[in-house]
Design a protein around this ligand. Structure first.
Ligand SMILES: [Zn+2]
Length: 299
């Protein structure tokens, strides 16, 4: 009987810890995207809110962002293994936010290069432990901080075998250490949180830098964009709405500063009519005003 109960318990643990396989969609030949749920990472039991991309070449595989937990990393690997047995050679993290990096641990055993922007380690060291402490639900057990093994200072090409990816480190936009990836074969930009679709943008770097960058992207040939959050979109759709939000934010905050409206008032009153355009507006818009105000005050 004891043995039976023990067996039931093990089975029960197994089914509660095991999650459904992650649903990846093949957006173009050999490029697969998991679309995270649009939600605050701390409101979601499994924190799977950020998009994850993997790309298969003729000799290896690259992954861009790995989700928020060791377990999500394992699920990503499971999904990759349903498509290919090629080695996972590159794990690229678009920036340090916790919903994008904490599946890395699941790939240590594959000995890939862990690639990030050269300013990423400073941010990881500053925020990593704080993030881990907040991810304390059982789902996150086993999650660890993984340091990058290769830092990107300038435009760099990696080759997956007949498939080149351009790594583009940015100066200061959504954060000060964003790294975008461009798949030459399909002209797909994996933008990380440089692009938000439907999910309210989150400003953690420079508003002016971010607007300038989006203007530059408008001039480049891109057939589609994988955003950090929200569905894969055409270039036009992806850029238009976020640019409008950021430009309107800059104008409103600049006017508020000129009219000597203080930060507290500005943060509660500006651009509330944009609420219907974005999900999670209440969670992030006010913070965006504060970040923008602090930046533009010195302009
Ligand atoms: Zn994100």
């Amino acid at each position: 009987m004891k043995k039976f109960l023990w067996g039931v318990m093990i089975y029960w643990c197994h089914i509660t810890i095991q999650a459904q396989p992650l649903l990846f969609t093949e957006v173009v030949d050999g490029l697969f995207v998991f679309e995270g749920k649009i939600a605050d990472v701390f409101d979601e039991k499994k924190g799977m809110v950020a998009n994850v991309t993997f790309i298969i070449g003729s000799t290896s595989v690259a992954i861009i962002d790995t989700g928020s937990s060791y377990r999500q990393g394992l699920l990503i690997k499971q999904a990759i293994r349903q498509q290919t047995n090629l080695p996972i050679k590159y794990i690229i993290n678009s920036h340090v936010h916790l919903d994008h990096i904490f599946g890395n641990q699941a790939f240590v055993i594959d000995k890939p290069q862990f690639i990030s922007h050269h300013k990423y380690p400073a941010q990881l060291n500053a925020k990593g432990s704080y993030y881990l402490n907040r991810l304390n639900a059982p789902w996150y057990a086993g999650t660890q901080i993984i340091q990058p093994t290769r830092l990107i200072h300038q435009k760099t090409i990696i080759n997956l075998g007949n498939r080149e990816l351009v790594l583009m480190p940015l100066i200061n936009a959504h954060t000060d250490h964003d790294l975008m990836v461009f798949d030459q074969k399909s002209a797909t930009l994996i933008a990380g949180d440089i692009i938000f679709v439907n999910h309210c943008p989150v400003l953690d770097g420079s508003l002016i830098g971010w607007i300038n960058l989006i203007s530059q992207l408008q001039k480049i040939h891109i057939s589609q964009i994988v955003p950090g959050h929200g569905p894969v979109s055409t270039k036009k759709m992806a850029l238009m709405k976020i640019k409008h939000y950021l430009i309107t934010l800059r104008a409103a905050v600049t006017t508020a500063i000129k009219n000597q409206i203080n930060l507290a008032t500005a943060s509660k009153t500006l651009l509330l009519d944009h609420a219907q355009d974005w999900q999670l507006f209440d969670e992030f818009h006010q913070r965006n005003i504060i970040t923008a105000y602090t930046e533009l005050e010195w302009e």
